[in-house]
Design a protein around this ligand. Structure first.
Ligand code: 2BA
Length: 107
């Protein structure tokens, strides 16, 4: 068994939750905050059997989109103070970590 930690944009999280349920995947959705943009995102904890990992990743890939955001250059690079040009940052679709599970129990 594996656990997938998937960090996705808030805009995609409702749809991802729906698609995971439709695909018969069990998941927990946690509110989270990106360290760089300091904006809200969602982290999904998805426990899956080894042979279903690729299917779950496919659902995530299809549902979560890449978006461009603009932040002030000072925000991205403090040393750029005084320069007000916005900096383009591409966010998502999803950042996924796939971890082995030693043991899984439900009581
Ligand atoms: P944030 O940390 O808010 O990052 C949002 C986007 O800003 C990132 O998109 C990336 O394009 C950019 N970015 C992040 N750190 C940067 C830096 N030091 N310099 C320049 N640009 C930077 P994504 O890579 O798609 O990441 C989306 C969210 O996924 C992140 O939000 C964070 O919450 C999470 N994440 C990404 N990589 C991670 C990692 N290695 N460990 C833990 N969480 C991660």
């Amino acid at each position: 068994m594996k656990v997938i930690l998937a960090i996705v944009q808030d805009k995609d999280s409702q749809q991802l939750q729906t698609h995971l349920i439709k695909g018969d995947f069990r998941a927990t959705r946690l509110p989270s905050t990106g360290g760089f943009l300091k904006a809200g995102n969602s982290t999904f904890i998805i426990g899956v059997e080894d042979d279903k990992v690729d299917d779950a990743l496919e659902v995530i890939k299809k549902t979560c989109h890449t978006r461009t955001q603009y932040v002030t250059s000072t925000f991205a690079l403090p040393e750029a103070a005084g320069i007000n040009d916005p900096v383009e940052v591409e966010v998502g679709g999803a950042t996924c970590f796939i971890l082995p599970v030693d043991k899984f129990v439900r009581f």
